[in-house]
Each structure stands twice: as structure tokens, then as C-alpha cells.
Design a binder for this molecule. Structure first.
Ligand code: ATP
Length: 308
């Protein structure tokens, strides 16, 4: 596997807080890679470290073969970390021209193309002080991509966006990877979006990687059988604690080997089965079980290191 980022034992401490705790991870070249984790897991700290904005306390990382902070590698990267801030008195177009200068110059045709692609053509001459969070995100993404990077890091690119905006962003991210050959690394709390757009993910907790893999493999391991059957009560009785109700269907936690006998038992008990299909676990299920997160308490405890 050709990698774009190699991270070995990366640690960043702030006082007593270990934002990154001996993190080890390899990120492949090409495709869309998701970094997931509860608040405070260390995602933004990792991105800032990879961009050379903060120094690690220990460990090392290479980005496209160069050490972190190496200007040759940094020039080939684009990024948007959290909601970007721009000088409020500038218009959207001026922001891109100004950032383009800082990068050594970006053709005005590229700036216009990105304003259009991010749905900002009509707002191009408005001052950014009046922009919504979603518009700032769009401008931040345009700024990250107008320099034609080989690798782009996007931290919560859809935060503050409406549903059509989220859908457009998903299409843009996939086309960057599939059509333009850009490696996209993104962090997001919107797990359904991540499941739809990412090829691989790493789940972080407390500065460590606790799970890493292809989205299809991670979700396949929790697959269950969805059955439309009548009468439902009788089917529930046959399957016992293997079954839970999901609307007017039944979700059975059966292995593929257990399934033929279970179907036979249902039919013999007089249950009609109208439909049976395998469904994968949601990335949300994987995230919840890996992080031990219930969504109500503080950051959970699970955290064995994983050499990716
Ligand atoms: N400049 C800083 N000074 C002190 N502590 C910091 C600093 N930056 C990050 N931290 C701490 O490091 C830990 C990791 O923070 P980080 O922002 O990387 O998490 P995150 O996964 O990006 O979180 P979120 O999902 O909320 O954006 C947190 O405990 C945070 O409070």
C-alpha cells in the first residue's frame, strides 16, 4: 500500500493533557480517509501537527515523504481546520486573491472557478463579515483547493451547512478523490456522511487510534438479518433474545451459519417470511461500541493503541 502519511508514536501534551498519546497510523495515498472520535479525541491536534502549525512533544510523522513542516510537502497540501476566519472587511473574492498571493499566486480563472464550484459566485463581492458559518466553510474549502493540492485535510467541512450543501460537499469530496486523484482526509461528527463518503476510517479516543480499517469491513462485521415476517409476535417468540423489532420488521442477530436453521424453525412454526436481507452495521454502531460512547457522559475510557 502506497502511503501519503506515516505517523509513529506521535505525542502532544498540553500540561497534563495528552492530546496525542503515542499515535501510530499509516494513511494510504488516494481515496477519502475519515478521522472520527468524540470531542477532545485529538483530531484537530493531529491535523495541526501534520500541517506543521504545532510541534509534537515526541514521535515523528512524514507527509508525502517529507518530515512535517517541510515546505516542499506543505506546499502540496490544502487544509481547512475548523470554521475558518478571514479578515471581515474583505470580500470573498479578495480573500481568495490574498490567500493566493500568500501561496505564490493563483490564476484568477481558478479563483473564479472555485467561487462558482462552491456556490459563492453571487456572493463573491460581499464582505465576509456578513457570511453564515456554512458560507465561511465553503470559502474555506475553496481556499484549500484552489492551489490544486495533492492532499487536502478538511476538519468538519459540512458543519453549519444545510442538507443540499452537505450533499454537494459529499459529491465534491468524492470527485476530488475519484476524478482529480487528490487524497482527502476529513474529520467529521456526521457519521452517516462519513460512511457515505469515506473509503477508510480511523476511530480515535484520547489521542490514540482504537480502530482502523475499510468502512465496508468495519460495518460488515456487525451485519444482521432484517426479516419481514407475519405474524411478527410468533416470529419474535421463535427467535427469542436474538430478535429486536424495527418498525414492522424484525432484526435478527444471527450468524450466516445459524440462519438456515432459524429460517426452518420460523417456517415450521407457521411464520410467513415475505423478505429477508442482510444489513451491515452503521458506522455509528461501530463508533459507539469502539469508543464506549453513550452520548451522555464525559469522554469514555476504552483506549488500546492500534498500529494502523
Ligand atoms: N492549545 C491547547 N491548549 C491546551 N489544551 C489543548 C489545546 N489544544 C487542544 N487541547 C486539548 O487537547 C485535547 C484534544 O483536543 P483536539 O482539539 O485535538 O480534539 P478534537 O478531537 O479535535 O475535538 P473536537 O471534536 O471537539 O474538535 C483536548 O483535551 C483539548 O482540550
Amino acid at each position: 500500500m502506497q502511503t501519503v502519511i506515516e505517523i509513529r508514536g506521535l505525542t502532544k501534551t498540553y500540561g497534563t493533557v495528552k492530546a496525542l498519546d503515542g499515535l501510530t497510523l499509516s494513511i494510504p495515498r488516494g481515496g477519502v480517509y475519515g478521522i472520527l472520535g468524540p470531542n477532545g479525541a485529538g483530531k484537530s491536534t493531529l491535523f495541526r501537527t501534520l500541517l506543521g502549525l504545532i510541534r509534537p512533544t515526541a514521535g515523528e510523522a512524514t507527509v508525502m515523504g517529507g518530515r512535517i513542516g517541510d515546505p516542499a510537502a506543505t506546499r502540496r497540501m490544502g487544509s481547512m481546520i475548523e470554521t475558518p476566519r478571514f479578515p471581515p472587511f474583505m470580500t470573498a473574492r479578495q480573500v481568495l486573491v490574498w490567500l493566493g498571493y500568500a501561496h505564490g499566486g493563483v490564476a484568477s480563472s481558478d479563483i473564479e472557478a472555485w467561487l462558482k464550484r462552491m456556490g459563492l459566485a453571487e456572493a463573491a463581492d460581499r464582505r465576509v463579515r456578513g457570511f453564515s458559518v456554512g458560507m465561511l466553510q465553503r470559502l474555506g474549502v475553496a481556499a484549500a483547493l484552489m492551489t490544486k493540492p495533492d492532499l487536502v485535510i478538511l476538519d468538519e467541512p459540512t458543519s453549519g451547512m444545510d442538507p443540499p450543501g452537505i450533499q454537494e460537499m459529499r459529491a465534491l469530496i468524492r470527485s476530488l478523490a475519484d476524478d482529480d486523484g487528490v487524497t482527502v482526509i476529513l474529520a467529521s461528527h456526521q457519521l452517516q456522511e462519513v460512511q457515505r463518503v469515506c473509503d477508510r476510517v480511523a476511530i480515535f479516543n484520547k489521542g490514540k487510534v482504537i480502530t482502523e480499517g475499510r468502512v465496508s469491513d468495519l460495518t460488515a462485521s456487525g451485519e444482521r438479518l432484517r426479516l419481514s415476517a407475519t405474524p411478527l409476535a410468533k416470529a419474535m417468540g421463535v427467535l427469542g433474545d436474538k430478535a429486536t423489532l424495527d418498525g414492522d420488521a424484525l432484526i435478527a442477530a444471527l450468524t450466516r451459519a445459524e440462519t438456515p436453521a432459524a429460517i426452518r424453525a420460523l417456517v415450521e412454526a407457521g411464520v410467513d417470511i415475505e423478505e429477508a436481507r442482510w444489513i451491515g452495521a452503521d458506522l455509528e454502531d461501530v463508533f459507539m461500541s469502539e469508543t464506549g460512547w453513550t452520548g451522555v457522559q464525559g469522554a469514555p475510557d476504552k483506549g488500546t493503541d492500534h498500529a494502523g
